[in-house]
Design a protein around this ligand. Structure first.
Ligand SMILES: [Cu+2]
Length: 261
């Protein structure tokens, strides 16, 4: 039974926040995998430093009491010790800086996107625009829609069991997996921030400025995020829900124009 629950639990990914969660949500992009591994690397270094410094402090407290040391040392300076205690921290910092910079630069890598999603932050909802579809260019219109949070009352009235409180929206963003995507993010009124933890994407939406991010989703699923820039009274009530589906199904969806209803 335990084995069965373990096996089934591994089939599910954590793509929404869980109560009292301490760790990350499950990565769905290479970016987030990089962030996840870098976090583990940092944790290892931090815990090692805490153990070494803690041991040093304890040994100073226990070994160097005035009762045990009747002969006071008369040196005030040691070149060797000073060289060691400046170079070792510098080397540790370098070992942190190197993967951090390579990760940072890899986040900005843009590789010829096939689809562009424009994201607009409003007080207090998100709206989306896609202009790349054939049906868009034929009708010279772009696909535009706004996505509002589903209220608690709505979820209760419609018996929406299994829906997440303050995380669900009336319309979801639909994107294909295994496709290079470009996100263009801006705001209409105040600062917002478009965030999906499983993607490792958190981009500020600034009025009068267009921010760009790349996205390559590795697995299908429903991903949840929230605005991450304090933007006013309803800041906590403008969630982001994104449905990632295999690109073949996505193509079918677009071809049949289901998306335009
Ligand atoms: Cu906000």
């Amino acid at each position: 039974m335990l084995l069965l629950s373990y096996l089934t639990s591994t089939l599910w990914f954590g793509d929404a926040a869980v109560a009292y969660q301490l760790g990350f949500q499950d990565p769905a992009t290479t970016t987030m995998e990089g962030i996840y591994l870098f976090n583990l690397h940092l944790l290892f270094v931090i815990i090692s430093i805490v153990i070494v410094v803690g041991w040093l402090l304890l040994s100073v407290l226990t070994n160097f009491t005035e009762f045990d040391n009747t002969n006071v040392a008369n040196f005030t300076h040691s070149n060797a010790v000073e060289i060691i205690w400046t170079t070792i921290p510098a080397l540790i910092l370098l070992s942190l800086a190197s993967p951090s910079f390579s990760l940072l630069y890899s986040l900005d890598e843009i590789s010829n996107p096939e689809l562009t999603l424009k994201i607009l932050g409003h007080q207090w909802y998100w709206s989306y625009e896609i202009s790349d579809f054939n049906s868009c260019s034929e009708s010279s219109q772009s696909l535009k829609y706004s996505s509002y949070m589903l209220t608690n009352e709505f979820l209760q009235e419609n018996n929406s069991i299994g829906f997440f409180r303050v995380l669900e929206t009336n319309k979801r963003v639909v994107l294909p997996t295994n496709t290079h995507l470009r996100l263009l993010i801006t705001a209409v009124d105040v600062l917002h921030s478009w965030t999906i933890p499983s993607f490792g994407v958190k981009v500020d939406a600034c009025p009068g400025r267009l921010n760009q991010a790349n996205l390559f989703i590795k697995r299908f699923g429903v991903f949840f995020g929230q605005c991450s820039e304090i933007c006013g009274v309803n800041h906590g009530f403008m969630p982001i829900v994104l449905l990632a589906m295999p690109s073949v199904q996505y193509h079918y969806l677009i071809m049949t124009n289901l998306h335009f209803n």
